[in-house]
Design a protein around this ligand. Structure first.
Ligand code: SF4
Ligand code: SF4
Length: 68
């Protein structure tokens, strides 16, 4: 089930290393055309593993709309 958080990538800071894609238990994050990562918010469970592993510290967990 989805949590009230989801991950969001700061595309300007992403260095396309792919570390986040290897950590994600849901396959919710991938590097788009080798340029930056994008998250599928429908798959993301907000676990934060991508954020913890990102060397560029460019992933934030955001509260979903309607989440409290
Ligand atoms: S927060 Fe968890 S589920 Fe969401 S993209 Fe990051 S590693 Fe994947
Ligand atoms: S770990 Fe961070 S820098 Fe590397 S691809 Fe993912 S979001 Fe980009």
């Amino acid at each position: 089930m989805a949590s009230k958080f989801f991950a969001e990538v700061n595309r300007k800071r992403c260095v396309s290393c792919g570390a986040c894609t290897r950590e994600c238990p849901r396959g919710a994050i991938r590097v788009w055309k080798g340029r930056y990562s994008i998250v599928d918010p429908l798959l993301c469970i907000g676990c934060g593993k991508c954020k913890q592993t990102c060397p560029a510290d460019c992933i934030e967990l955001k509260l979903r709309e309607g989440g409290a």
